[in-house]
Ligand binder design. Sequence first.
Ligand SMILES: C[S@@+](CC[C@H](N)C(=O)[O-])C[C@H]1O[C@@H](n2cnc3c(N)ncnc32)[C@H](O)[C@@H]1O
Length: 303
Amino acid sequence: MPRKTTTSSFGTTKREGHDASKFYSRNLYQPGVTEAPTECAEEQEIPPAVHENWFDRIYCTSSEQMAIPDNSVALAFTSPPYNNGKEYDQDMSLEDYLALIRRVAREVYRVLVPGGRYVINIANLGRKPYIPLHAHFYQLHMDVGFLPMGEIIWKKAKGANSSCAWGSWRSAKSPRLRDIHEYLLVLAKEQASRPDRGVSDMSGEEFMEATLSIWEIPPESARKVGHPAPFPVALAARVIKLLSYVDDVVLDPFAGSGSTCVAAAQLGRHFVGFEISEEYCALARKRISSFELASSKLASSKA
Ligand SMILES: C[S@@+](CC[C@H](N)C(=O)[O-])C[C@H]1O[C@@H](n2cnc3c(N)ncnc32)[C@H](O)[C@@H]1O
């Protein structure tokens, strides 16, 4: 008899006989379970001091309060924790989880320049019931004041992957959809257009590809990077090239292994990342400095 799989921190590929009971027992799936309110960003009176050189840094603190000046970041790109059982996830109710995302959204709104963009990579969760996180995210961010600018479908696989979560095989009784995509929600602060002009660095071909609403980019290997849910640097690079100028500051409020910051550094932008896990802060810093070391070696070999 095939062994049952369970959902692991680094993902599950095969799903025959998959035991999802642990996943569905999480507070996300228990209506009305909320934690006692914790001290939230709005209630704290003293904002963190802003360092003189506040960018080109990974901060090992929560992005609910960021030591960044108002109106100073051109683009934020992130993939938030999904609260679905990765090792860094807390077991929050949907309400508590969305309250965290809202606190971070307010901070991102504060630090963005007018016309600055916030792009959020998000997937929907579960099947019993299905939680359309992207719908919650739209509502929440529009309530904060963001303007929705469009939506990119990130197609992560061609189709024929190893997932066998059929639901009811060849029967209309209860077939399950097998997601091969995630969303990138594109939001803007106050206005759709950047009021300033800067240097853009896209070829015509890159611009044509990036302005289509479906992006086909292979996923990143969690094991290779050493983080349970990294997105590919190539995904961040496409967002950064499309939506920011050279020398802009790019923020990732849930930086993980630092993929956004690596892409920003590679593309001549400044970066700033927030991440609560010390392990992932160290990993992000290591990935950024390996890139910086490689590029300084390249520069000195050319000199
Ligand atoms: C989906 S992962 C981001 C992965 C990242 N895009 C990458 O390529 O590695 C979300 C990250 O958010 C971090 N996190 C969770 N709550 C946070 C908070 N309040 N502030 C900052 N980071 C947080 C988690 O530790 C996790 O590493």
